[in-house]
Design a protein around this ligand. Structure first.
Ligand code: 6R9
Length: 650
């Protein structure tokens, strides 16, 4: 492929405004990998430290003794960095611009002074309920300012938050509360989204049935909708009103955990990714400023949910550490109609807009008129995250939304990485539709041969993506299970952090992410372990066995394809398919609802009983002409039946 043919160079205006241009990138990048200690000691000065770090980097990627520490002897408070330190110069500047689900409801502009007050109030309520340093607090909230207050209130008193996406089911919530041993859950009565309401409080009640009785439930009144109250419940809205507006910030070590965020892997239940205070914040702040080329006066909008890492790093921590105005949107892209995003951009004169390819594809399908009806002249930078973006969606984003004048930053990163790892920088790099382009500072990507694990030195390379050294935003461990951390990321390819993604490096040395190489699927940018869906399916009394794979889906990127073997005597029917879809939805949450279910009298297995997923993937992709070697199958006839009855004939 001729990659040069599709290169978009930034305009002179973009380059001259940018924090980092091409020459500066080259010079900074070289320094960041040649002298990481010196480079990051300098970058750490972005933050206000109580005690400035002198020990900058202490990293060992060796399996069996993996240890990652940054700025180890430094102390700071994250909330102080995101709020208090801006008060001298920005007290009356908007910190959070909140746009509700319903366009008829007024937006709210919360200044840094008000943010400080609210964070302190909530911190005092948490303290009143016995929460202190190192305690865990689970947040299960709509996209409302209280979600940011709660995160920062925890940070202020040294508690560790774990945000659970409001789309998760009571079971999934309960597992996460128990998983981190939380003392308190903060939720809301209801979460409005797309004109509908999710009953968060009653979901929380259901979750808490399976948790320690002492777990307290603090409830924000978002809608005032009917809610049942139990003895452990606290009306958080009222308690905040009565609480004091100042609360001292705890002095925390740089390596003290800031948050836990559960994410899916290829095996087992989701794992609690642990991020720390110092390194994470330095990295979130720096990437936010440079990747989105943020300047004073900008109105920056990331459409993610705070339930995902993108919401943590690029709605709350990065922007607020930088003293930016961050827009927080409660709703979704297509309600009341497909113009909602663009109307919000016009209404608030948004300058940076950051969303996921799945949203772009969904909106692209609705036609251009929804976009062109809004004045988008304020936009300067567009971003995408969450999955590879297909060139058609990239072109539409560039032409119709960006009107050919806004660089698109296709930011590759993960929950585990804390911030962007590979991304173009607006004034430094040309872009190519579908390419994540170049490593961020301090990041050393390598392409490995999947089998041998050998590093491919040639510029043009294709293989799996790993990283040869640490960066400050890297996760430190899996909560409560360091061995799982080492085994998941450092075992297969010794001496590297393994991403789980495939990748291609082109003749120019630019990186293209090709998707997961493990049993993780990416549905509308939401990461899911096929094992989680399988275990939900087999928990149903009529299901004997299940195998789940991803298949290409026009809007979602990947859809969930389930092969299900029923218990003997159970009759297959369309009603049962619906029942299983509803079941999985209830077990995990709406994002995990199977798209296609195929009844499988048997699953293709090796003689040792291992399911051959490669074959199931090919059938689901409707690519059964290239099944490859099936000679190790115990019963090859199974495959013919599966092909004949495949569900994706598109
Ligand atoms: C931030 C986030 C991580 C996985 C990752 C990869 C995929 C994310 C991407 C991308 C291609 C991009 N991914 N960004 N693939 N291009 N720009 O999404 O975190 O939810 O942990 O997902 O998402 O497969 O491994 P997370």
């Amino acid at each position: 492929m001729n990659d040069h043919a599709k290169t978009f160079t930034p305009s002179d205006a973009t380059v001259s405004r940018a924090h980092v241009d091409h020459a500066r990138y080259a010079e900074m990048y070289a320094r960041s990998v040649e002298d990481p200690e010196g480079f990051w000691a300098e970058e750490a000065k972005r933050l206000d430290w109580r005690r400035a770090p002198t020990r900058i980097k202490d990293v060992d990627f060796t399996h069996g003794s993996v240890s990652i520490k940054w700025f180890e002897d430094g102390t700071l408070n994250v909330a102080e960095n995101c709020v208090d330190r801006h008060l001298a110069t920005r007290a009356e500047q908007t910190a959070i611009l909140w746009e509700p689900d319903d366009p008829e409801e007024p937006a709210q502009a919360i200044t840094y002074r008000e943010l400080h007050e609210n964070v302190c109030r909530m911190a005092n309520v948490l303290k009143d309920h016995g929460v202190g340093r190192g305690d865990r607090v689970v947040l299960y909230l709509p996209m409302i300012p209280e979600a940011a207050y709660a995160m920062l209130a925890c940070a202020r008193i040294g508690a560790i938050h774990s945000v659970v996406f409001a789309g998760f089911s009571p079971d999934a919530l309960g597992q996460r509360i128990n998983g981190c041993g939380a003392k308190v859950v903060i939720t809301a009565d209801e979460a409005p989204r797309g004109g509908r309401k999710t009953a968060l409080k009653s979901n929380t009640d259901k979750a808490l049935i399976h948790c320690d009785d002492r777990v307290k439930c603090l409830v924000v009144k978002r809608t005032g909708g009917q809610t049942t109250w139990t003895g452990q419940d606290v009306d958080l809205t009222a308690a905040m009103r009565d609480a004091a507006t100042d609360c001292p910030a705890e002095e925390m070590g740089a390596e003290d955990p800031l948050f836990i965020l559960y994410t899916s892997g290829s095996t087992g239940q989701p794992k609690g990714v642990v991020h720390t205070s110092g390194g994470y914040l330095v990295y979130a702040a720096m990437t936010h400023e440079i990747t989105f080329d943020v300047h004073d006066g900008d109105i920056y909008w990331c459409t993610a949910d705070v339930g995902w890492v993108t919401g943590h790093s690029y709605i709350v921590y990065g922007p607020l550490a930088n003293g930016s105005t961050t827009l927080m949107f409660e709703g979704g892209p297509t309600w009341p109609d497909a113009s909602r995003f663009w109307q919000v951009c016009e209404k608030h004169a948004v300058t940076q807009f950051y969303t996921a390819p799945t949203a772009i594809r969904a909106l692209m399908g609705q036609g251009d008129a929804y976009v062109t009806g809004s004045d988008l002249s304020s936009l300067r930078i567009l971003g995408t995250v969450g999955e590879p973006i297909n060139p058609e969606a990239w072109a539409w984003y560039n032409d119709v939304v960006g009107q050919n004048r806004c660089p698109i930053v296709d930011t590759y990163w993960q929950t585990e990485t804390g911030g962007h790892l590979i991304t173009p920088l607006p004034g430094a790099h040309a872009t190519k539709p579908g390419a994540a382009m170049q490593p961020f500072f301090g990041v050393r990507p390598v392409v490995l041969e999947p089998e041998s694990g050998k590093e491919i030195d040639d510029t043009e390379a294709s293989g799996v993506l790993a990283f040869a050294d640490s960066w400050p935003g890297q996760m430190r461990t899996v909560w409560g299970d360091h061995e799982r951390f080492e085994n998941t990321y450092f075992q297969q390819y010794k001496g590297y952090y393994f991403s789980g993604d495939g990748c291609r490096r082109d003749a120019d040395g630019d990186y293209w992410i090709t998707g997961r190489v493990d049993d993780v699927i990416n549905v509308s940018g939401h990461r899911m372990g096929t094992a989680e869906v399988e275990s939900a399916l087999v928990a149903h009394e009529k299901v004997a066995e299940a195998a789940v794979v991803g298949y290409p889906h026009d809007v979602k990127g990947q859809g969930i394809y389930c092969y299900v073997t029923l218990m003997t005597g159970v009759e297959a029917s369309d009603e049962l398919k619906k029942e299983l879809q509803t079941w999985v939805r209830q077990e995990i949450g709406p994002i995990a609802k199977p798209d296609l279910i195929q009844w499988a009298p048997g699953l293709p297995k090796t003689r040792s009983g291992k399911i051959m997923r490669r074959i199931l993937r090919k059938i689901a992709e409707n690519d059964y002409g290239s099944l490859g070697d099936t000679s190790t199958l115990a019963d090859p006839a199974v495959v013919d039946d599966l092909i004949e009855n495949r569900q994706n004939k598109g």
